[in-house]
Design a protein around this ligand. Structure first.
Ligand code: F6P
Length: 545
């Protein structure tokens, strides 16, 4: 199948009818029944990749479901689509770009032997430049009379979320350098960060693929002004810049020797593997960053080489697609039971929703199915005291993912035991539920009212996946993030959408540019034709004295 040939839809196909029938049966049978029907269920639907266990058995996964998606994969020549990704075909067809971030994890190209030779050279060059700038900065830091204690990483979305995640997840607990992430245009964030910094102990790294993003440039301007106010001349010339458009960074005012380029074929939300992660690498060390890449490369190998029937990204995307399109699921929740992964949900939310929140197929036709569910979540155990009520007793079916880490990197073992106990108990409770008879039995001596007894009923049969990581290391984190990337790719293939553009963010940005002058010159009256009356009414309220 060539790029622009339209793909037939799973929804309208005989496979769609099989999945609809399966969903009907799943609605009445439930997950507990699946355990009763198959004593081998846990083994059948649990998989190991390196030191990570993926247990899908508490979801609606079944042999029939997997077979439907394997058949669909056959029909749409899925393996060819996967090859197109790794080989650097321009699968981002609306922008005519390749999607080769996986090349950054293995630029020697041993895993991905079919990638375009030009891209292989570009990957190697960008890695070499990244390492050179890393070494350059490390030696400058070593020479400073006042040690650097703060790095301000200025960037937003894909130019920040991954770097923040790996910084928080992989830094040593006693790290002496703090990285402050400034993305928002809201000045409260920047003012708060600057209050923690001093000009002589602070390094600034501006990160922007395009180097045109309004928030990033304004934040850099304001930081430069802060340096100037504190007596530093030409502060921009001391800032570093990471970008796919080095010329733009230089035009902005950065020195060429302080810029680090990465290739155009690295999408923003897939750029954590590039020099975008410079600020995190400076703290965690290049050796850990290299291990992160190696972990991701091991997942690339798994995704590229393993049979689809045991292919982790393929199976999990099949489940995601089934839930979203056949069981009417609107959202998926991810709960990391490890504080170091507190930014994981934000990262995955951008990865999945910016990639697959689309209403057009690859050939421009309207989609005939649901695409990305809302991805949300948080950190356990905090979430148990906030949103879990809805998870257990709400009316929506919300498949959830529990990410646990077996061995902590601290010695407060009682804390960790409690954390793991909760991380195990919640999925167990979601599955088991509690019926009326059980409520009566458990509360036999409490003289509860009928009302209270009914309020204590849990339906159970609520799906969850457990991902158990032996130890949170660069290797395991790299593999985990690459797992989610490939899962996102697979979902995009099932739904026949382009997962690699993000046109949906453009219109609002354009309108913001039009609104901005109206805020200062009070011309709201004149714009009655350009904006809806509600927007104009709020605007008038803002500019009124
Ligand atoms: O607003 C969407 C977006 O384009 C993201 O996809 C991207 O990660 C972010 O903005 C930042 O863009 P840039 O890296 O060009 O500053």
């Amino acid at each position: 199948m060539t790029e622009m040939q339209s793909q037939h839809s799973i929804i309208a196909s005989p496979i769609g009818s099989r999945l609809t029938a399966l969903a009907e049966s799943d609605k009445s049978r439930g997950i507990k029944q699946k355990f009763s029907d198959d004593s081998e269920r846990v083994n059948r639907f649990s998989f190991d990749h390196r030191d990570v266990l993926y247990d899908f058995s508490k979801t609606h996964i079944s042999a029939e479901l997997v077979q439907c998606y394997l058949d669909f994969a056959e029909e749409i020549n899925f393996t060819q689509r996967r090859l197109s990704l790794f080989a650097g075909e321009r699968i981002n067809n609306s922008e005519n770009r390749s999607v080769l971030h996986a090349l950054l994890r293995d630029e020697t190209n041993q895993a991905i032997e079919m990638a375009a030779p030009k891209a292989i050279v570009e990957a190697a060059q960008s890695k070499a430049q990244f390492i050179a700038r890393y070494d350059q900065i490390q030696s400058e830091l070593a020479k400073r009379s006042t040690p650097v204690e703060n790095i301000i990483h200025v960037g937003i979305g894909g130019s920040s979320l991954g770097t923040q995640l790996i910084f928080e997840a992989l830094k040593d607990l006693g790290a002496t350098i703090s990285v402050h992430f400034v993305g928002n245009i809201d000045g409260h964030q920047l003012v708060d960060v600057l209050a923690k910094c001093q000009v002589d102990n602070t390094l600034v790294i501006g990160v922007s693929k395009t180097f045109t993003t309004a928030e990033t440039l304004q934040n850099l301007n304001s930081i430069a002004a802060w340096f100037s106010r504190h007596g530093v001349e030409n502060p921009l010339t001391n800032f570093y810049g990471v970008t796919a458009a080095p010329q733009k960074a230089v035009e902005y005012g950065l020195c060429e020797v302080n810029t680090v380029a990465f290739p155009e074929w690295v999408g923003g939300r897939y750029s954590v593997w590039s020099s975008v992660s410079l600020s995190a690498a400076l703290v965690i060390g290049m050796h850990k960053f290299e291990e992160l890449l190696a972990g991701a490369a091991s997942m690339d190998q798994h995704f590229y080489r393993s049979d689809l029937s045991e292919n982790l990204p393929f199976l999990s995307a099949a489940l995601d697609h089934y839930y979203t399109n056949f069981l009417n699921v609107k959202s998926r929740a991810i709960f990391a039971y490890d504080f170091r992964l507190r930014s994981l949900v934000d990262y995955l939310q951008q990865l999945e929703t910016e990639s697959n929140g689309k209403d057009r197929q690859r050939d421009g036709a309207a989609v005939d199915q649901q695409t990305s569910p809302v991805v949300w979540g948080g950190v356990g155990t905090d979430v148990q005291h906030s949103v879990f009520q809805m998870l257990h007793q709400g009316t929506a079916l919300i498949p959830s993912e529990f990410i646990l880490v077996k061995k902590p990197d601290h010695d407060l073992l009682m804390h960790h035991k409690e954390l793991l106990a909760n991380g195990l108990a919640q999925p167990a409770a979601l599955l088991a539920g509690q019926n009326y008879a059980e409520v009566e039995q458990r509360h036999a001596h409490e003289n509860l009212s009928e009302l209270t007894k009914k309020a204590k009923i849990f339906s159970g049969d609520r799906p969850s996946t457990t991902i158990l990581i032996e130890r949170l290391s660069p290797l395991s984190l790299g593999a985990l993030l690459a797992f989610y990337e490939h899962r996102t790719f697979c979902f995009g293939v099932f739904a026949n959408i382009n997962s690699y553009d993000q046109m949906g963010v453009e219109l609002g940005k354009r309108l913001a540019k039009q609104v901005k002058p109206l805020l200062s010159d009070g011309q709201a009256q004149k714009s009655a034709d350009e904006f809806d009356s509600s927007t104009l009414s709020v605007l008038r309220r803002i500019i009124s004295d």
